[in-house]
Design a protein. Structure first.
Length: 154
């Protein structure tokens, strides 16, 4: 499998922690802690699916609410979430995801389907893991070549 051909459909995490725009910021922080995640996708219901509107990270909470001395108890996810939202589609590949992350200066991207509905999340850690597997496969090629040469040319 070529690196560029690894689609986000294969790579994306399907279980995504989400909150609504009106979710109190303190509830968001508690959800992050409970789920052991550093981000939440802020989304609204769209039929049986969710339409992503923004991203809320632990860093957003610190930079936008805590550091300026705002009262987190008075804020919602919608007040602090990052916008505009950068996304990738499930048909995009690793190279597309890396380009979008670099372009928008983010480490996580919601993955959407053809209708723009949330279907996963991809992070820089996921991309690094996939790249690591590719590097390992390349090392296997090098080792196999050495082994073959050693057995055929004593």
């Amino acid at each position: 499998m070529r690196l560029a051909s690894t689609s986000l459909r294969e790579l994306a995490r399907r279980e995504v922690e989400t909150v609504g725009v009106e979710t109190p910021l303190l509830d968001c922080a508690k959800k992050m802690r409970h789920a052991h995640v550093g981000c939440l996708v802020v989304a609204e219901p769209a039929g049986v699916a969710l339409k992503p509107l923004g991203m809320l990270t632990d860093r957003d909470i610190v930079i936008e609410a805590v550091a300026p001395g705002l009262d987190p108890a008075t804020l919602t996810a919608g007040d602090v979430m990052s916008r505009p939202l950068a996304t990738v589609t499930e048909n995009d590949d690793l190279i597309d995801a890396l380009a979008r992350m670099r372009e928008h200066g983010v480490r996580r991207l919601p993955v959407v389907d053809a209708d723009g509905m949330l279907c996963g999340l991809v992070s820089v850690q996921d991309v690094l893991a996939a790249v690591g597997q590719q590097v390992e496969a390349l090392m296997d090629v090098v080792l196999a070549e050495r082994s073959k040469e050693s057995s055929t040319r004593p």
